[in-house]
Ligand binder design. Structure first.
Ligand SMILES: Nc1ncnc2c1ncn2[C@@H]1O[C@H](COP(=O)(O)OP(=O)(O)OP(=O)(O)O)[C@@H](O)[C@H]1O
Length: 461
């Protein structure tokens, strides 16, 4: 029986989730603080932790790191408020499996838990570290690679086709959640290595002290705890493809070891004397500008050049609004399938919001928003009722509200305030497609006040 630990300082949430998961056939325990959870994890085995991001003593990131040191194979799901999604995304880079947003819906968490645990079963290696896809495993439809229709997406698919036939190393660059791992998997699937292993390693989640052993393997007795020989990711990917995610996080020493493998095509295990030949194609991903890291000396230039035989850049979702409805349809089908629902489509208003929202978590965020909306939907289509408030009325950024005084120093605060008000109204009108009721609603004024302001500022909407 799989065991789940729930960590939350709200006893009601602990009780609710504990009871729910026990009913679903899991063994569940709960702890109210980070400290108590860490102690519990040292004394008990568990498969998965569901953890609030803001605990009284630790942040989600701190507890995640501690869990991964205790046992890197434990899957971690972070609970967060929607406004903290960006921080939660950071946790994903550090090895969390996924995040769920408040308010919590147990059915939604269950889907995420089941996915996390099934992913764990697929892995033959410490789970959060390596993500080998089983040899010859048929790709379920929900894993299908969707190309997108924007010119950026079309260029990416062309590059994938072009590069798949070669053995070149590729650097895949893009913000978090833009689909870097999906691109790597697509290159692998289309290559002559497609039937051999695809091993994905998240270098951001690798504790530095374990990184060399994970990548290159170790021999029995190489260090305390090395009770038997272990194959590293290179050996496990032999004949296939190794995908190194967040490559910029590798320590300098491991960069050196990596360079040797790339040049000589042999690995030496930690503590071992012999060299083992490997035939591996290496694809790497980074969501930070690796060239900048090269400039500052944090990443070795020789490896950068060795890896950067070809580069694929993935544009953030907000720069390719044309792709949004394509992915939205795909994620809708996926969510219907996972949640056993049959929602048909999206309200036009929802699509409009999708097209104007900034999507800092890119495709992953869109997928999660749609999953939640499908879960909550009681009508045929997804409506705005199922969307998080933060998406319907996003916090305006400085650039959204920036005012141009043409270099002149403003002389009247009243004029500045009025200009800011006017800009805010224009911005929200644009976001709501000139819907006055919605605009008034989002700005927290009644319709009459809005009409007065429109007249006063000469806005013809
Ligand atoms: N081309 C695609 N077709 C279908 N789904 C996709 C595609 N690209 C991304 N996704 C969806 O978006 C999610 C995030 O994609 P992926 O893990 O590849 O992003 P990433 O850029 O590697 O993220 P990170 O930087 O956080 O590692 C995936 O789980 C998948 O559901």
């Amino acid at each position: 029986m799989k065991r789940i630990l729930i960590v939350d300082d709200e006893p009601d949430i602990c009780l609710l989730l504990k009871k729910y998961f026990e009913k679903k056939g899991y063994e569940a325990a709960s702890q109210p603080t980070g400290e108590a959870a860490i102690k519990w994890l040292k004394d008990n085995t568990t498969d998965l932790v569901i953890c609030d991001f803001k605990l009284p003593d630790y942040t989600g990131l701190e507890i995640l790191q501690k869990i991964k040191i205790i046992n890197s194979s434990i899957q971690v799901i972070i609970i967060t408020g929607y406004s903290d999604v960006r921080i939660a995304v950071d946790a994903l880079k550090k090895g969390a499996y996924d995040y769920v947003t408040k308010p919590l819906y147990p059915d939604e968490i269950l889907v995420t838990v089941e996915q996390a645990l099934s992913k764990q079963i697929q892995k033959a290696v410490p789970k959060a570290l390596g993500k080998p896809i089983q040899k010859n495993a048929p790709q379920p439809d929900t894993k299908a690679y969707i190309a997108g229709v924007s010119h950026q997406a079309q260029a990416v698919i062309k590059h994938i086709d072009l590069i798949a036939t070669t053995d070149m190393s590729v650097v895949i660059e893009g913000e978090t959640g833009t689909g870097k791992e999906y691109v790597a998997q697509a290159i692998h699937n289309k290559s002559h290595r497609g039937k051999k292993p695809f091993v994905a390693v998240d270098c951001g989640a690798l504790p530095q002290e374990l990184a060399a052993s994970e990548l290159f393997g170790h021999v029995k007795g190489a260090f305390t705890g090395a009770v038997q020989d272990k194959k590293g990711c290179f050996e496990r990917a032999d004949g296939g493809t190794l995908f190194l995610d967040e490559i910029g996080n590798l320590s300098y020493e491991n960069q050196l070891n990596l360079l040797r493998v790339l040049q000589e095509r042999v690995v030496r295990k930690v503590g071992g004397a012999s060299e083992i030949a490997v035939d591996v194609r290496v694809l790497v991903a980074t969501n930070e500008n690796l060239r900048e890291k090269v400039k500052t000396g944090e990443f070795r230039e020789d490896i950068y050049f060795r890896l950067n035989e070809f580069k694929i850049e993935l544009a953030p979702l907000h720069e390719r609004p044309g792709d949004i409805s394509v992915f939205a349809e795909h994620f809708l089908a996926q969510a219907n399938d996972q949640l056993n629902k049959s929602i048909k489509g999206f309200d036009e208003e929802v699509l409009q919001i999708f097209r104007t929202y900034n999507w800092p978590g890119n495709l992953r965020e869109l997928k999660n928003v749609i999953k939640r909306a499908v879960l909550l939907s009681t009508s045929e289509d997804v409506t705005t009722d199922g969307l998080p408030h933060e998406i319907c009325s996003p916090i305006q950024t400085d650039s959204d509200l920036s005012m141009d005084f043409n270099g002149a120093i403003p002389t009247s605060l009243k004029a500045v305030a009025e200009e800011a008000e006017k800009q805010a109204i224009l911005l929200v009108l644009e976001k709501t497609n000139n819907n006055k009721s919605k605009t008034a609603d989002m700005l927290g004024v009644d319709r009459k006040t809005l009409y007065n302001k429109l007249r006063a500022y000469g806005i013809d909407a």
